[in-house]
Each structure stands twice: as structure tokens, then as C-alpha cells.
Design a protein around this ligand. Structure first.
Ligand SMILES: [Zn+2]
Ligand SMILES: [Zn+2]
Length: 408
């Protein structure tokens, strides 16, 4: 590491400690005010006001999404030659899960993005850098519709050289394999009847859902081990003494590639259609958002991993890391537009002997507000900032990042 690297690394670590208490306050405020996708009004107002006070140029309700924002910072004396300006994209998420709140730890993803943008800005100001700028994307609804997809549809990532975000979890993983994912719904339309007096006059839309669920349960044995199908019945009828004339279920199917997801979805459609035939109900299948698998940029990944390791983070073998992660994210869609990473950082307290809880559970939600989780997020912020700086300072590295993106 050159002398300038050491100085910048020390500066970034010092800044992380300086902003720690403000970030902690934001993290806890978001955590105790959980809002589901596209309803994150409290978070949107808190974060946009905070970033405006810190000198960012903030677009509230960006790209037609009420709870999205883009916060930009360019130094006043930024160079005129647009092609020489390097723009880093950081991402924050702040949506919660229905009923169980911040059980995915998005309060930490929120401050990871905010903290990275703040510290990167301090470096620009401190060193009088004139060719770097930042855009922080406040991206709503990761747990559902995927706000990042709407950002992409609106061209919001145009001009971004690379994008960085990180997700909390139970293990430090840089070689995560995130699955492509199709969200969809299934509605059955039947005919109501008195369930005791004249059930033969009814067409049972709940039976249709139950049969479809069972069809899919059978199909599961015949899908690849890494494929995932999961659903819930959102509406199963009005009362036990009325033959349900309408029911609705929501589903997700996942596989490592988009092509595999589409093939799997065709097989699922047949399960739903079969129970429509069996019961005489009309079926309506509607696809909603499609998350791409993350096209991980290994050139950025190795830089991020290096900065994490310099701060004492330990990684297991690449093979092991690739085998353990089976989630999905709309960051996958971003990774098809600009070179990106979406590593996982551990928030495990090594001194706590209790088994670490699974993500999307109430115990994980509690860990996501712990001091340990906060301090591990700060470490991750330092690595995100150092990675962004290293890539921005090193022309050859940036070229390598972009070449890998184009060839991948
Ligand atoms: Zn989640
Ligand atoms: Zn998440």
C-alpha cells in the first residue's frame, strides 16, 4: 500500500467513526418505524432531509416513485470534460417485511449507502478532487416490486461507472450466487353457493388453489436442487359456509439463470391450469417483477475483499461461499446495466454463543439493531468507500472493471 493509500485509509476510517453516531440514529429510527415496499415515507423524508443538510443535491420521489430518491454530489469545480468524470453509484434500501419488520436488516443497508456517500464526499472535499462525483440511489421495495427496476427503466444509472451495495447476513460472502426470480400471482374465479344447502351449485375457487399448491408440492421433487418455488394464499374465501368464488395466491420461483426461471415458470403454469380444469374455475396468472441473477464483477469484488481483509474480515473458500447463498435481489438487474457488486457482510456477534438466526425471522430483526451489527456495517462502509476510491484513482483498474462487465 502506498503512503497516499495509508493516509486515505486512515482518513476514511476516522470519518466512519465520526459519522457513526448519526448513522446509528438513522439506522434505529428506520428499524423502529418499519415500512413495507413503496410505503417508506418516513424513511424517505428522514433520509432526504439528512442528505440535503449534508450538502447533497437531492431529487425526492425520483423516477415517479414517491419513496425513492437520488442524492448527487459533485464538487463545485468539477472538470468540464464530461468523459473524464468518474461517477460512483451507491445504493441504500430501507423497506421492511410485512408483519416482521426489519428482519432483512435493510436499516443497515440504508446506512451502508448513506455512510459511503457521506465519507466519499468528505474525501472529494478534503483532497480537492475535481473529476469524481457520487450518486446515492435510495431504492424502495426490494422485498417486492423492486424499485431498482424502475430506476433502470427511467435511465437513472446512465453515466454511472460502477455501483456498489452490500447486504447484512450470517457470513462474510463476496462470491455470493443470487438467483434470478419471477414474482407472480394466481387468481381463481369460481361460483359462490351455500356450502351446506347447495354446495353442488358452487365452483370452489379455494379447492383450485389447494390443488395447485399440491401440484407444485409434487413438482418440487422433479426440479433441480438449487431451484426454489414458494407461495402463500393471500385470500382463501369470505366464510366457511360460502363456497369461495374468488381466491388469490402470490408466488416466487427462482433459479440461477433467467432462462431456467422462465422454463420453471412454464411448468408452474401447467400446475395452475390443471387445477383450473379439475375444478372448473377460471384461472388468471399475472407476472409482476423479474429480478435478474447478480452478474458479479470479480474485478470490483477482489478490491472490496482486500479492504475487508485489511480490517480483519475473514472469508471462507470461494467454492463454499458460492454454495451457501440462495437469495435474490433487484441489484441483479442493476448488475446488467453497470458493473456492480452485492457482497454479504456478517453481523454475527462471535462472542454470543446462541445459534445465529436465519434472515427473514424475528430474531434476525433483533440482531439487525445490535451495536455489533452497527460496527460491522461501519467496517463494510470503509471497504465500500476504499473500493470506490481505488477504482476511481486507478485508470487501468477501471478499464479492467468495464472490460469484465462487457465480456461477461
Ligand atoms: Zn429480504
Ligand atoms: Zn434484503
Amino acid at each position: 500500500m502506498s503512503a497516499i493509500d495509508v493516509q486515505i485509509f486512515d482518513f476514511v476510517k476516522r470519518k466512519a467513526l465520526e459519522v457513526s453516531s448519526e448513522l446509528r440514529e438513522i439506522s434505529l429510527a428506520i428499524h423502529c418505524n418499519p415500512e413495507i415496499g413503496f410505503e417508506e415515507k418516513f424513511a424517505h423524508n428522514l433520509l432526504t432531509s439528512f442528505l440535503e443538510k449534508k450538502g447533497f443535491d437531492v431529487t425526492r420521489s425520483a423516477c415517479g416513485m414517491e419513496t425513492a430518491f437520488i442524492a448527487k454530489y459533485s464538487p463545485e469545480n468539477i472538470i468540464k470534460e464530461k468523459e473524464k468524470i468518474i461517477t460512483t453509484g451507491f445504493l441504500s434500501e430501507y423497506d421492511a417485511l410485512p408483519k416482521i419488520g426489519h428482519a432483512c436488516g435493510h436499516n443497515l443497508i440504508c446506512i451502508a449507502g448513506i455512510g459511503s456517500a457521506l465519507i466519499f464526499k468528505s474525501v472529494i472535499d478534503e483532497l480537492g478532487i475535481t473529476n469524481l462525483q457520487i450518486k446515492l440511489f435510495g431504492s424502495p421495495a426490494e422485498e417486492g416490486e423492486g424499485g431498482k427496476i424502475i430506476f433502470i427503466e427511467n435511465g437513472a444509472f446512465k453515466g454511472i461507472d460502477f455501483a456498489l451495495m452490500a447486504h447484512p447476513g450470517s457470513l462474510d460472502i463476496v462470491y455470493a450466487n443470487f438467483l434470478a426470480l419471477q414474482h407472480f400471482t394466481c387468481e381463481y374465479f369460481g361460483k359462490a353457493a351455500h356450502a351446506s344447502a347447495s354446495p353442488w351449485n358452487g365452483t370452489n375457487a379455494l379447492d383450485a388453489q389447494i390443488l395447485a399448491y399440491q401440484n407444485i408440492a409434487c413438482l418440487r421433487q422433479q426440479v433441480l436442487p438449487y431451484q426454489r418455488i414458494h407461495g402463500i394464499i393471500n385470500y382463501g374465501g369470505a366464510a366457511p359456509n360460502i363456497i369461495p368464488d374468488y381466491t388469490k395466491s402470490s408466488w416466487m420461483c427462482r433459479s440461477p439463470t433467467q432462462v431456467e426461471v422462465r422454463i420453471l415458470k412454464d411448468r408452474l403454469d401447467k400446475c395452475f391450469e390443471a387445477s383450473s380444469n379439475a375444478t372448473g374455475c377460471k384461472v388468471e396468472l399475472n407476472t409482476t417483477s423479474f429480478f435478474y441473477e447478480v452478474k458479479r464483477n470479480d474485478s470490483i469484488t477482489s478490491v472490496f475483499k482486500k479492504w475487508q481483509e485489511k480490517q480483519g474480515v475473514l472469508y471462507t473458500s470461494r467454492e463454499f461461499q458460492e454454495s451457501v447463498s440462495r437469495g435474490s435481489t433487484d441489484m441483479g438487474n442493476v448488475s446488467y446495466v453497470v458493473p456492480s457488486i452485492h457482497p454479504v457482510f456478517s453481523i454475527v456477534d462471535e462472542d454470543d454463543p446462541k445459534p445465529f438466526p436465519d434472515i427473514h425471522t424475528e430474531p434476525f430483526r433483533e440482531v439487525a439493531k445490535s451495536l455489533k451489527a452497527h460496527s460491522k456495517t461501519l467496517t463494510c462502509i470503509v471497504s465500500l468507500v476504499m473500493s470506490a476510491l481505488e477504482i476511481s484513482f486507478d485508470k487501468e483498474l477501471l478499464k479492467k472493471v468495464k472490460k469484465e462487465f462487457l465480456n461477461n
